[in-house]
Design a protein around this ligand. Structure first.
Ligand SMILES: *Cc1c(COP(=O)(O)O)cnc(C)c1O
Length: 246
């Protein structure tokens, strides 16, 4: 799952990452400015699936302060090596009920909650450990059959049912629009997500702070920011293409 790298490879990866991080930060700042915001209003989360922990920690040393993993097994394998004194760890992958026990207490936010039973399990385990776990509700904005996420028409009902649970705090929404769609269509998905975000926020539901709108990946983070994202999850544009070989 995670690559093994020689020291030359590693040095090259470090240099690439340093360059890429500058580029990404620059584009975030530009997009923020275009939507009347400051660069620091947008949080960069590095999506670190398949990335060796040495490379991740170099990124953290360069100032990346949020990282996100997709797979529970991979996260557990890397967990002891992350520099968590300097960054927070999010879980951004498909969520399974029987794996939640490995996440509660380890990650500071779970971005992919899309069912009541998952929120109940996060609540139960958080309560047991006297913790509050922050979460985002994942929305299947493109209504794709194979994708995780609650359907838009079920979103507000789900939030209202989950909000009263103890041990959790609903911080916002997350979405992954259909891959490879034309820009105008992607923009429309982002725009609709922002509208849901604003609508739900205006309801002022107890225990729902709605301060984070997590959308935008390597291919589209500037567009997502222009449409209102304040948390972008970027992998390839920071670390290069993923290598699933080893
Ligand atoms: C992999 C991943 C990303 C980053 O994807 P890139 O296209 O490499 O930037 C963002 N969000 C989630 C949920 C991911 O799984």
């Amino acid at each position: 799952m995670t690559e093994k790298l020689s020291s030359d490879d590693l040095e090259r990866r470090f240099l690439d990452l340093q360059e890429n991080l500058k580029t990404v930060r620059g584009r975030i700042a530009e997009a923020a400015a275009r939507s009347g915001r400051k660069p620091e209003d947008v949080t960069l989360l590095a999506a670190t699936k398949t990335v060796p922990v040495e490379v991740i920690n170099r990124g953290v040393a360069l100032g990346i302060d949020h990282i996100g993993e997709n797979r529970v097994q991979e996260m557990l394998g890397k967990y002891e090596s992350y520099d968590l004194s300097r960054c927070t760890l999010h879980f951004i992958g498909h969520l399974q009920k029987n794996k939640i026990k490995y996440l509660v207490g380890r990650v500071s936010m779970i971005e992919s909650v899309d069912q009541e039973k998952l929120a109940q399990e996060i609540s139960r385990l958080s309560e047991k450990r006297h913790l509050v776990t922050d979460l985002l509700i994942e929305v299947n904005i493109g209504e794709e059959e194979s994708k995780s996420g609650v359907l838009p028409r079920e979103l507000s009902g789900l939030i209202e049912r989950i909000a009263p649970l103890p041990g959790i705090r609903i911080r916002g929404l997350m979405a992954i629009p259909p891959a490879g769609a034309p820009e105008a269509e992607t923009r429309n998905y982002f725009c609709r997500m922002h509208q849901y975000f604003v609508d739900i926020k205006s309801k002022k539901i107890d225990n729902v702070s709605m301060d984070l709108l997590s959308m935008g990946m390597s291919a589209d983070y500037p567009l997502a920011i222009q449409e209102g994202a304040n948390l972008v999850r970027v992998g390839t544009a920071l670390f290069g293409p993923r290598n699933y070989q080893k």
